[in-house]
Design a binder for this molecule. Structure first.
Ligand code: ADP
Ligand code: MG
Length: 681
């Protein structure tokens, strides 16, 4: 058997420099290497006739060198040209600054070329093609994997390293799925699957390999989630909250009427709370759908039944906002609430910890500070975490462990299509608020091109002169934080000095300390900043009712679900609100996506469309969620496999709930590998 955990530096072709590059893309061990899957593949298996080549397409051709390579000097650089021909036409292969190629070609010999075609007036050129001599298939003549690369590592280099890695493991990998599952679901064996996902002979092999690996990945997640759910259910009984505590007392005191959806989810929650089952419920609802009051009513129920409640928010500013809202509604019911964040003084903190432990505080609202070891409760009965994707399962269970089987409510504004949510959050019951409070003004959304910039700026000025505030968000440019930072800074400079010199402009980005971020958000909230320029870090859920414009630069680079989240930052006050999507590019898909945003404010419709238009790789990639990362599965395209994997998981666990049977040893190992990671988030 092969040691999958050995350092990549021992793989042939990996020198000290390459090790560093590989480490940068997360490859440390042989296992990391062979599970670093291609982003896509190029079919270089079938050669094309030169005559058929179209302008702009990438082609594989087999052709004979019919000249020597000429090396031409051009202002500071060199250009290499080689005349080639096949039976149908002649063409010119061109490179820049690669004089060393001279020795690579011999007149009259045949080569395989792969490159982009430029075809003008019938003249065919191949731009910087990769090539192989004779029938060699290093770069051409087969299906070539294309890997995601961010850093200074070329496809060629990585491909070579991968070949060596695969050579080491092929035939030596221990099967990871039990035989009975391989048989029942007709899955490819691990050795062949791993080889074929990188270097398939043909697309059939690729497909069977991929299906197997996707199935394995999804099955392990499903097993892990379902096992967790079983564990909750089998745990000792949960708290039975008092049936006589009527949350209608709170509801009747509200300045508005609850929506039907809010009433429905509250019934679901009350049902859980009054039963002896421990609640583990996900509350999903679009931005502005009114999740906070639902949390308040649940907390009220817990407190009036004699328990304490903890509300955990991802940032101090959100925690503060919750406290304000909670006090407004619940203080009159003689409920004592406090804030616990890391920013408070030591003395105050000690006082709060003391009173919390004595049971003098009914509801504690806070950040991560709540899960510290010194935070103790008298009798914690309910835990609510807001904006769930910021917290890992571990944090959730850590706070829950401070009580004796407390009920847990997890709130999220991330709209995920229901079918998907049911599967992804397999460990939680789900309630959905699918209705916005009435009279919610639609956020007027416009998609504009670059040439509208002046008008957009004039519009922003006009709104600010009327007393409003604006957000300007710029996208992640690369998977490279430094570059992103530069782009925000540049944008900030331009806006501050050239476009809006007479206004108070600030910027905020992910690299700032949480405290600095909170401070800026706080000043924005107080109206001390007119225009806030930001990367996508603008705090989820922060309420600044006076800001009514959201400008999104390069909107084409965002996922729709994310655009929707960002748009939800405005439209929270009495003012008519606007979202301006500045986009570049004329592609059909870009236009369609912008149109979706302009046409609807419904997060669920948007998320369905987003999945449809982009595929789930991007969809989940940009969404920050508390789920394990999928290395190979694509939750949209692989919906079918997901269903099969879920059925399989249910079947397996119904026969062997704790995976204790000998035949399931491998499955147990699989979920331990997968789940350990998730728990550690
Ligand atoms: P989110 O679900 O995004 O957390 P919030 O709970 O912050 O939304 O609610 C957004 C706003 O809508 C708040 O100002 C809240 O008071 C208000 N709100 C909540 N429910 C209703 C309702 N049924 N009718 C009118 N306004 C409501
Ligand atoms: Mg909220």
């Amino acid at each position: 058997m092969v040691d999958l955990y050995k350092d990549v530096k021992y793989i042939k072709g990996v020198g000290p420099n390459r090790v560093k590059l590989l480490n940068k893309i997360g490859i440390f061990t042989l296992k990391d290497l062979i599970t670093y899957y291609p982003r896509t593949y190029e079919d270089r298996s079938k050669p094309k006739n030169l005559y058929e080549c179209q302008d702009g397409e990438e082609v594989f051709v087999r052709a004979i060198a019919c000249s020597r390579l000429s090396d031409i000097r051009l202002r500071g650089r060199t250009m290499q040209k080689l005349l080639i021909r096949d039976e149908t036409a002649t063409a010119e292969a061109m490179w820049f600054n690669q004089s060393y190629l001279k020795s690579k070609f011999e007149q009259g010999k045949e080569y395989g070329f792969y490159g982009r075609v430029s075809k003008k007036y019938g003249k065919i050129e191949l731009m910087s093609p990769q090539f192989d001599e004779g029938n060699s298939t290093k770069n051409t003549g087969r299906i070539i994997p294309i890997y995601p690369l961010t850093y200074n590592l070329s496809q060629n280099n990585l491909r070579k390293i991968m070949e060596n890695g695969i050579k080491e493991v092929y035939g030596n990998l221990e099967e990871t799925l039990p035989n009975y599952i391989l048989d029942e679901y007709k899955l490819e064996k691990i050795n062949k699957a791993v080889k074929d996902i990188h270097f398939p002979e043909g697309f059939n092999d690729f497909n069977t390999a991929r299906t197997r690996l996707v199935f394995e990945e999804l099955l392990s997640v499903q097993l892990a989630l379902l096992e967790l759910k079983n564990r909750y259910m089998n745990e000792e009984k949960g708290i039975i909250f008092d049936k006589n505590v009527k949350i209608s007392d709170v509801i009747n005191s509200l300045p508005f009427k609850l929506t039907g959806a809010q009433r429905r989810v509250l019934e679901e929650i009350e049902g859980d709370m009054e039963s002896d089952k421990t609640m583990n419920r996900l509350l999903q609802g679009d931005v502005g759908s009114g999740k906070t009051v639902v949390a308040m009513c649940s907390a009220y129920k817990a407190v009036k039944s004699g328990y304490q409640a903890a509300i955990m928010a991802p940032t101090a500013i959100l925690a503060n906002q919750h406290l304000e809202n909670f006090r407004n509604i619940l203080e009159k019911f003689d409920i004592k609430m406090e804030l616990l964040i890391s920013g408070i003084t030591k003395k105050k903190k000690e006082d709060i910890l003391q009173r919390l432990e004595n049971g003098e505080i009914d509801i504690i609202i806070g950040t991560h500070a709540l899960i510290e070891d010194n935070v103790k409760f008298k009798n914690l009965g309910l835990v609510v975490t807001d904006e769930q994707h910021r917290f890992g399962v571990k944090q959730r269970s850590k706070i829950a462990s401070k009580g004796n089987n407390p009920d847990v409510l997890v709130m999220t504004a991330t709209p995920i299509p229901r079918t998907l949510a049911l599967i992804l959050y397999g460990d939680l019951d789900i309630s959905i608020i699918d209705e916005l409070p009435p009279n919610r003004k639609k956020i007027e959304t416009f998609a504009v091109n670059k040439n509208m910039t002046d008008r957009v700026n004039a519009f922003i000025k006009k709104q600010i002169d009327e007393g409003r505030q604006a957000y300007i968000v710029c996208p992640l440019v690369e998977e490279n934080e430094e570059m992103d930072l530069k782009s925000v800074e540049k944008l900030y400079e331009t806006y501050k000095t050239e476009v809006f010199p007479e206004y108070k402009v600030e910027y905020i980005h992910g690299k700032l300390k949480q405290k600095e971020k909170d401070e800026i958000m706080d000043r924005f909230k107080k109206g001390e900043i007119d225009i806030l320029i930001s990367t996508t870090v603008i705090e989820v859920g922060v309420d600044v009712p006076n800001s009514n414009i959201m400008v999104i630069e390069n909107a084409e680079r965002f996922g729709l679900a994310q655009l929707h989240q960002l748009r939800g930052r405005v439209g929270r006050g009495e003012y008519k609100s606007y979202c301006i999507l500045k986009y570049e590019g004329k592609g059909e898909t870009v236009r369609k996506r912008m149109k979706v945003m302009c046409d609807t404010n419904d997060g669920f419709i948007i998320s369905e469309k987003d999945l449809e238009l982009r595929g789930s790789g991007d969809f989940f990639g940009t969404m920050q969620h508390g789920l394990p990362e999928f290395k190979i599965a694509n939750l949209f395209e692989d919906m079918q496999i997901l269903k099969v994997a879920q059925e399989a998981a249910i079947k397996i666990l119904s026969k062997d709930p704790k995976l204790e049977n000998k035949e399931n040893v491998l499955l147990k190992r699989l979920i331990r590998d997968k789940f350990q990671k998730r728990i550690e988030i």
